[in-house]
Design a protein around this ligand. Structure first.
Ligand SMILES: *[C@@H]1O[C@H](CO)[C@@H](O)[C@H](O)[C@H]1NC(C)=O
Ligand SMILES: *[C@@H]1O[C@H](CO)[C@@H](O)[C@H](O)[C@H]1NC(C)=O
Ligand SMILES: *[C@@H]1O[C@H](CO)[C@@H](O)[C@H](O)[C@H]1NC(C)=O
Length: 374
């Protein structure tokens, strides 16, 4: 068992301090020049009804716009939306449980947001889903995000668990095709898992309120925010390898996807349009953490290049010049291009960030209970 809060090692901070100081000054100046008027990402339920409908329309537009990716790379691709799903499928094994997990997904979400704006005349910013507002468990299913008219639709019908399935998410309630909402007739083509062929099927969800409340609540958010360096922040956010060791990232995927929902598919999860709402909030959590100490954290990056290689046995750590690729969706960039949401290649903001609770001291005991079995 590891006590996560006690691991911000001093040598680590020291070794990075000098390059951080030099770099942040030069890049901060460029950043300020290039992002004048950031678009502002807002929480779904604070948007007007017409703004919510505009967003959902733009998603439908991407779903019916022809793809850019050649069919030779992914024969099942039918739309611009699928370009993004295929990109995620292609890279799943190199973008999770690695140091560049957060930078890659920040870039992925921003490029998707740009596609909605530039190719589908959407005028707003990517909204986010603050799941802390939808816990405890008995409030989860009532989230405005699952609304049939002004949201993404809700659950699928209950599909009993296959006893041999090792991935039973505790308290799952669905698993079938979603039964209402704007994506009721959505045809998911790519996946499951790493399949890039055309495999048409419905969008499934398997909402798991108990699990969601366990890993998406204010307390888990606090635990994540309390980490002292990027390495630990990122590990607590991504969680370990069992459901009991989940972090916030899993919380959204399995809270919505349960066992049989598309969001629970580590490869094809972006096929559920809720994916972007979850990842925008994961990104907002990272930016909240960065903003708590921008001087130290704007350029703080670490964590393995290879999946789960936390002991650096297979390779080194992600660095600021590590290359990120989004296939045909965007040009290649490096991690330092996305460390600042108002610099490099990015220009957006959040209307509101998470702040650490004043009574953080009181919840300190709980964090010591958390076990991570990676
Ligand atoms: C991902 O796509 C690249 C470029 O098309 C290809 O070379 C690579 O083999 C793909 N990787 C996987 C795991 O599908
Ligand atoms: C947060 O609260 C939930 C629901 O009470 C609980 O299951 C979970 O263990 C708590 N997590 C932390 C980190 O305290
Ligand atoms: C990689 O990053 C972790 C923190 O995420 C750190 O503890 C470790 O020492 C780093 N390894 C190397 C080789 O720099």
């Amino acid at each position: 068992m590891v006590y996560v809060s006690s691991r911000s090692s001093r040598w680590y901070a020291l070794s990075l301090l000098v390059p951080i100081l030099v770099l942040s000054q030069s890049i901060l100046t460029t950043a300020q020049k290039h992002c004048q008027d950031p678009i502002v990402r807002k929480e779904w339920r604070t948007l007007s009804k017409s703004a919510r409908l505009n967003y959902l329309d733009a998603v439908h537009c991407l779903l019916s716009t022809p793809p850019l990716t050649p069919l030779s790379a992914a024969p099942g691709i039918r739309s611009r939306y699928d370009d993004f799903v295929a990109t995620h499928i292609n890279q799943t094994l190199s973008i999770h449980f690695v140091g560049h997990f957060l930078p890659w997904h920040r870039w992925f979400t921003a490029v998707y947001e740009t596609a909605l704006r530039e190719e589908c005349s959407y005028e707003g910013a990517q909204p986010y889903w603050d799941w802390t507002l939808d816990t405890p468990a008995d409030e989860f299913m009532e989230s405005p995000v699952f609304d049939d008219r002004y949201g993404f639709g809700g659950n699928g019908a209950l599909v009993p668990i296959d006893e041999s399935d090792p991935n039973e998410v505790l308290g799952r309630t669905g698993g079938g095709c979603i039964e209402g909402g704007p994506f009721k007739d959505l045809v998911v083509r790519l996946g499951p898992l790493n399949g890039l062929g055309d495999n048409p099927r419905c969008l499934t969800r398997d909402l798991a309120p108990y699990y969601a409340a366990r890993f998406l609540g204010r307390n888990q958010t606090e635990l994540t925010l309390r980490q002292k360096d990027f390495g630990w922040f990122d590990r607590v956010l991504q969680g370990g390898q069992t459901f009991d060791a989940s972090g916030i990232h899993d919380g959204g995927h399995y809270g919505v996807g349960g066992t049989y929902g598309v969001m629970a598919d580590p490869f094809a999860s972006p096929a559920d349009p809720i994916f972007w709402m979850h990842h925008a909030n994961v990104d907002r959590l990272w930016w909240s953490w960065q903003k708590q100490d921008l001087w130290e954290r704007l350029w703080d990056i670490s964590g393995p290049i290879f999946m789960q290689d936390y002991g650096n046995e297979k390779g080194g750590n992600t660095t600021l010049d590590y290359k990120l690729s989004l296939w045909s969706n965007a040009k290649d960039i490096v991690v330092s291009d996305v460390m600042d949401i108002q610099g490099g290649g990015l220009c957006y903001d959040y209307d509101e960030l998470y702040e650490s609770d004043r009574d953080m001291e009181n919840s300190e005991d709980e964090s010591q209970e958390m076990g991570f079995d990676w």
